[in-house]
Design a protein around this ligand. Structure first.
Ligand SMILES: [Zn+2]
Ligand SMILES: [Zn+2]
Length: 242
């Protein structure tokens, strides 16, 4: 299976090593149709300044035949699942990821507390995808999270970086992938690349999805059309900016 989109990538605007241009050109070379640039939210150490998001309308919509989505990987910053991006910034973004990061305000609690926080973020109408839910530093009740993702029509990520960079993630990711398959959840398989060479590189996560039987039509970014329809549905449903 070949992915048509990578929905989770970073640039030098946060903690990545490559520029916007390098990331998008890499996506073009690899034959992707869509790349989402999703630098970290405002609370992350080394995260972008607010003007990164205020000026995001300057980004080209497409480069070298690759559609570029304006995004963020927001931080869940408290036990209610609040994120570190105000509505005035969220309203102009195409795609919003949300997840736990230790250095960004919420450093984790019990399974109950983490699950409540993650479910709170899932309920946020601006959030589309919950990222790296298998991070063992933030243990969750995976089934409760998955049922919430399902009932709010969101997607859950299988993050290719987790296997190398979040030690202890593999068994959690396998359990999450199995439950996602069981509940016919929409899954996003992303590189979380911080350097241009890694754009679209998702072999380990794809292998896991295959191993547990996730069907291609439940992998959001297996098709550019699936991504577009998914985002269009959410944008139509989100609140009007106040
Ligand atoms: Zn992350
Ligand atoms: Zn990331």
């Amino acid at each position: 299976m070949k992915l048509e989109a990578d929905l989770h990538t970073h640039t030098i605007a946060s903690d990545g090593y490559s520029t916007f241009k390098e990331m998008v050109e890499s996506a073009a070379q690899k034959g992707l149709k869509i790349i989402a640039i999703t630098d970290h939210g405002l609370r992350m150490d080394g995260g972008p300044r607010i003007h990164h998001f205020l000026n995001i309308g300057m980004w080209p919509r497409a480069v070298s035949g690759v559609e570029v989505l304006r995004g963020v990987e927001a931080n869940i910053i408290d036990g209610d699942g609040s994120i570190d991006m105000p509505e005035m910034l969220l309203k102009d973004l195409d795609i919003v990821l949300a997840g736990f990061h230790s250095e960004a305000g919420y450093s984790g609690g019990s399974v109950e507390e983490n699950t409540r926080a993650m479910v709170g973020a899932i309920k946020n109408p601006y959030v589309h995808i919950i990222v790296h839910p298998g991070n063992p530093h933030f243990p969750i009740d995976a089934e409760r999270v998955i049922l919430a993702v399902k009932s709010y029509g969101k997607a859950l990520e299988l993050n290719n970086k987790s296997f190398d960079f979040r030690p202890g993630s593999s068994s959690n990711c396998k359990l999450i992938a199995k439950l996602a398959h069981k509940h016919k959840l929409m899954v996003a398989i992303n590189s979380d690349s911080h350097i241009c060479y890694d754009v679209g590189e998702c072999e380990t996560a794809i292998a896991l999805a295959k191993e547990v039987g996730v069907e291609e039509d439940h992998i959001l970014n297996s098709s550019a059309n699936l991504v577009k329809n998914f985002l269009a549905r959410h944008h139509a449903a989100k609140p009007l900016a106040s």
